[in-house]
Design a protein around this ligand. Sequence first.
Ligand code: FAD
Length: 466
Amino acid sequence: MMLDQRQLDKAIRRLNSVIGKEKVFTEEYYLSLYSFDSTKIFFKPDAVIFPESEIDVVRIAQVASEYKIPIVARGSGTSRSGGPLPICGGFVICFARMNKIKEIDRINMVAVVEPGVITQELNNEVAKYGLYYPPDPSSVKVSTIGGNISHNAGGIHAVKYGVTKNYLLGLRVVTVDGRVLRLGGKVLKSVVGYDIMRLIAGSEGTLALITEAILRLIPKPQTRVLFVIPFFEEYGWIDVLLKIYESGVLPCSIEFMDKECISVNRRAREFSELKKEDIQSIVFIELDGQPESVLSESKKVKEILSSFNITDVIFSDDVHEIEDIWDIRRDVSPSLNLLGGYKIADDISVPLSSLRDTVHELRRFAHENSFRIAIFGHAGDSNLHVNFIFGSKEEMEKNFEKIMKSITDIVVRYGGSISGEHGVGFLKKGYSEEELDTNALEVMKQLKRLFDPHNLLNPMKIFKDC
Ligand SMILES: Cc1cc2nc3c(=O)[nH]c(=O)nc-3n(C[C@H](O)[C@H](O)[C@H](O)COP(=O)(O)OP(=O)(O)OC[C@H]3O[C@@H](n4cnc5c(N)ncnc54)[C@H](O)[C@@H]3O)c2cc1C
């Protein structure tokens, strides 16, 4: 979509006057800085806008609607699916200045926050009240609550605690025509009217702009312990995982990294070099809760590990050490760039019962095509990050279609999803329709038209023809 330069100039002049020119940037270096996310795909916006309040957002939406300018919300730009890319140009609305934690309500155990709050900062703050906000994507130190809600982010503790939507109690959003919708509130239960709030969560900025969220908090677990377990057989970790669930233990985290991921991570490599045999993978299992229950669950996990003859395990019950070890896992994704500058990083989710077959088929596909594959991720909820690594951009682009199509075929065949937590965004929009039911897809498109009749909100995302 080519934008009319005169309309754009008029819209920018109007914005300068209604929200203040100190919030509107059109300089080349700003446009470049906000033209990409972690997919490393580039699309330049025509202006970058930093609202400081909900009323600023309302005015931006009104101006964009009047002049038919696309608007793309942006948190920290860590999206792995091209979510905040301005494919059709227009305005990027960066929420970095709307970053206040407005309230921590100890009695009702909720936090009221602006969308630009960094997830880790919220968690640091609520910890002072003995509370905990569980959704923690590995990008937790950078990503924002607005971005987390829009992608319905998961994280390393989702297996026990669930994903962002499970902690959403209320939202304030601005529609494309500038209306403010107040949805939900501080209550855990409410069944009045349609649940627009949970529709907007996970909608990747295509239905409305989030200006405030009310988030559920829970008491901070008192005790945590972590096992770091080496596996010498390719699928040994799946048998252990199934056995742990069978025993009635629900760890708060079960994370996995394969041999390729170990090879690029210095600390994981050091750990693996300590072992005499050839390590195929490392699995991290964390248990949390009251001290007595953690103690008895740890005992069960130790028994299960020794029934598989696994004794060579690192165990920690020190919170600082546990956090430090988790950085090994959190660093896997950026470290993979060391294998080759370019990767096709997918984010599949399959039923636990199909995990082994899915991984096997993906590896076979990679082997048959001589592709380098690295797999890591949230083993506990069978949401794995599958990476195909290339030495050059050209090679990656040449193989993109083939790889995405094959992954989609395999995952859909096993009743899984082509995106467990990263969203469809721009990257996977050509494949989402393979997974969705035809009638459901039609209703989704009708909803999009209802919220955004002129397709101005984050266009060219999620669906093939949007
Ligand atoms: C190293 C690394 C590790 C990661 N690990 C995980 C992980 O474990 N789990 C996981 O789920 N994800 C993970 N991600 C992906 C990413 O961090 C998440 O999707 C995160 O939620 C994006 O937040 P953000 O603030 O960067 O949003 P952005 O990338 O800026 O935007 C994401 C989407 O949200 C929309 N959006 C942002 N703000 C608003 C708003 N106020 N209103 C409406 N729409 C808005 C954007 O338009 C876009 O569609 C990882 C990414 C990286 C780089």
